[in-house]
Design a protein around this ligand. Structure first.
Ligand SMILES: [Zn+2]
Length: 103
C-alpha cells in the first residue's frame, strides 16, 4: 500500500531522517524488513521523494514532452485542512485519457 501525502512541515523521512518541507510530497508505505508488504505487522514508513525514488517506489514517464512522476499509485490523500493553511494541494496524478480509466 502506498499513499501519497503532502507534508505539513513536521514529517521526517524514515530513511534519510530529513524533514520533508511544508507542502512537499512524501510517501507512506508499509514495509516489512525493508520490503513493501501488506502484512498487518508491517511497519508504516514515510519517505521523502528522494528516498522513495531510491527505493524504487517511483515511476517516471514522459508524457507530451514532460517528465511526470507517478510514484504514488495508491490512494491520494489531502492533508487535514486547518485554518491557517491557504494553499491548495496539487493534483498528484495527471488526468488520464478517458479510454484509460484506472480501477
Ligand atoms: Zn529521505
Amino acid at each position: 500500500m502506498r499513499i501519497g501525502n503532502i507534508s505539513q512541515g513536521k514529517i521526517q523521512c524514515d530513511s534519510c531522517k530529513k524533514l520533508v518541507p511544508y507542502s512537499e510530497r512524501y510517501l507512506i508505505v508499509k514495509e516489512k524488513k525493508g520490503v513493501e508488504s501488506e502484512d498487518p505487522t508491517a511497519e508504516q514508513k514515510r519517505y521523502c521523494v528522494k528516498c522513495a525514488t531510491q527505493k524504487g517506489y517511483v515511476d517516471t514517464r514522459i508524457e507530451k514532452g514532460e517528465k511526470i512522476t507517478t510514484y504514488f499509485k495508491g490512494k491520494i490523500t489531502a492533508p487535514p485542512v486547518t485554518d491557517d493553511v491557504d494553499i491548495e494541494p496539487e493534483a498528484v496524478i495527471p488526468a488520464e485519457p478517458e479510454a484509460d480509466k484506472e480501477e
